[in-house]
Ligand binder design. Structure first.
Ligand SMILES: [Zn+2]
Length: 169
């Protein structure tokens, strides 16, 4: 898809999601929601490397979203931070981008469904972009490919578990 960009909410950033192939955006109030040090460092370096850009929604995007939310009634309760990140996606769409919002928040996903904004969650499909799986022995730490069929390590016999690994880093 042309002009594809990702819009990241706090759950995406904390989950370590961002794409190196396309531009990623987030809002300034999302970045101030990031409290844990590891995510802060990840975010800071992604900003410095030019992978994540901080932008805030324009008034047109905010109004357009506000209208939808008012029409949908009281069911859709969102925080201001959530509203802003969706409004940023609307703003980017108005500018000719094809934004996909990355969030694990169920009520946000509901709103995105209603306004027809593509989204993906961090922990399911999103993870394919940056994360792969290996199997690793809990005992001797030998790594096996994800398709390794046995429950036990061929060397020491300890249980083999599935583990997330980062790709392209
Ligand atoms: Zn082992």
């Amino acid at each position: 898809m042309q002009n594809r960009v990702y819009v990241l909410d706090a759950s995406a950033i904390i989950g370590g999601f961002y794409s190196k192939k396309t531009m990623n955006f987030t809002t300034s109030d999302v970045t101030s929601e990031i409290k844990d040090l590891k995510s802060k460092i990840m975010l800071q370096s992604a900003i410095e490397d030019g992978h994540i850009e901080i932008q805030d929604p324009d008034s047109e995007g905010v109004e357009k979203l506000g209208k939808v939310l008012r029409e949908s009634g009281d069911i859709l309760r969102l925080s201001d931070v959530d509203k802003n990140i969706i409004a940023l996606a609307v703003t980017l769409k108005n500018k000719g981008f094809n934004p996909t919002l990355v969030t694990d928040d169920y009520s946000m996903q509901n709103v995105l469904k209603i306004i027809g904004m593509p989204y993906r969650s961090v922990l399911t499909e999103g993870i394919k972009e940056i994360v792969g799986w290996v199997k690793i022995c809990k005992g001797c730490k030998k790594k096996y490919p994800p398709e390794y069929k046995f429950d036990e390590c061929e060397i020491c016999g300890t249980r083999v578990i599935r583990k997330r690994v980062k790709k392209n880093r």
